[in-house]
Design a protein around this ligand. Sequence first.
Ligand SMILES: Cc1ncc(COP(=O)(O)O)c(C=O)c1O
Length: 402
Amino acid sequence: MNTKELIQAESTYIVQTYSRPEIVLSHGQGAYLYDLEGKKYLDFTSGIAVTALGHSDPEWAAAVASQASKLVHVSNLYHTAPQIELAKKLVESCFADKLFFCNSGSEANETALKFARKWAKSLEPDQDPGNKTKIVAFSGAFHGRTMGALSATYKSKYREPFSPLVPGVIFADYNDLASAKAAITTDCCAVIVEPVQGEGGVNPATNEFLQGLRSLCDANQALLIFDEVQCGLGRTGALWAHQAYGVTPDIMTIAKPLAGGLPIGAALVTAAVANVMHPGDHGNTFAGGPLVCTAANAVFDRVNQPGFLSQVMENGAYLRARLAALESDSIVAIRGSGLLVGVELNMPVKPIIDAAREQGLLLINAGENVLRLAPPLIISRDEIDLAVAVIGSILEVEETAA
Ligand SMILES: Cc1ncc(COP(=O)(O)O)c(C=O)c1O
């Protein structure tokens, strides 16, 4: 089938929940993607902050190919070495004592919320565990599309068509400690927050906010959950985004970049949380299989190197400086951390994204007015220059036309 026939078939056979441009991607190499017509695109989306090593990384591909011809799936009925090796590396890289594997960011957050409810029920009876079920989330939050994760996702457009959702979730204002203080009370089992919000507009939390949440959780005996599904694993230039804040959570959820494009997720937890979970309490058929964990071991080993992380930090600062140097009247703010950068414009970004694609640059939005730049973490300075030049030329055209 050619491009036109494929797109026609897509609308016939696939539930129409996505609005996609009229291109069909066929292969990728490094920071570039190619469509069926042979057109080349510089990929500043990384499949929504997933392909950290870029496309078709040779070491990653070799590891996956070799494992694929050895063992792919046995379910969690049995032990496999890649799963255990990956768990050891992840746990030893942060505050956590143990982890639980799953297949996506939403599932990781489902896991975190389920664990938090069970942990609260295990508290001493004089702490009134039966009533400690409230979960606090924040304005702008995106935690996923499954019922539990969706209940903690802020946009009513995503939630309302599917109500009633999981009860007990309330929202406070992001980066507003007074609002958090009013919401976090002793009937609260968990507070879930992104250290750097992605979908919500690329908003980094302030130090004061995350530190304040830690204190409020401690004072009210609630678990602090950091959702690092998008901002974790090197994206911000720290291995884990929260490590730059000096605040540790009780649970951290991760997913997107971990297996370099294969589906994986995990909830990393303290011993206090892990100890309330027993055989049969939670489970998953595909999670932590040998193929996906081999892929994740390859990604983790590359990203978790001081040289790799410092390059993300430096290239992120370079990208933000180059964007600022555009001195465009259309740019309201440039935000972000490492290679997760938000460019807020004084207009909707959809026409900019469409024009950039025409010129061979793939971008995504984070809300109506924010361009989200999330290139592969291996992006070069020349590729950053190229992307900024395309964005600059489009904004100039917009400004001339205005
Ligand atoms: C911060 C955050 N949490 C959770 C999710 C949900 O992840 P998934 O789409 O893998 O279920 C996303 C997805 O964009 C995310 O950005």
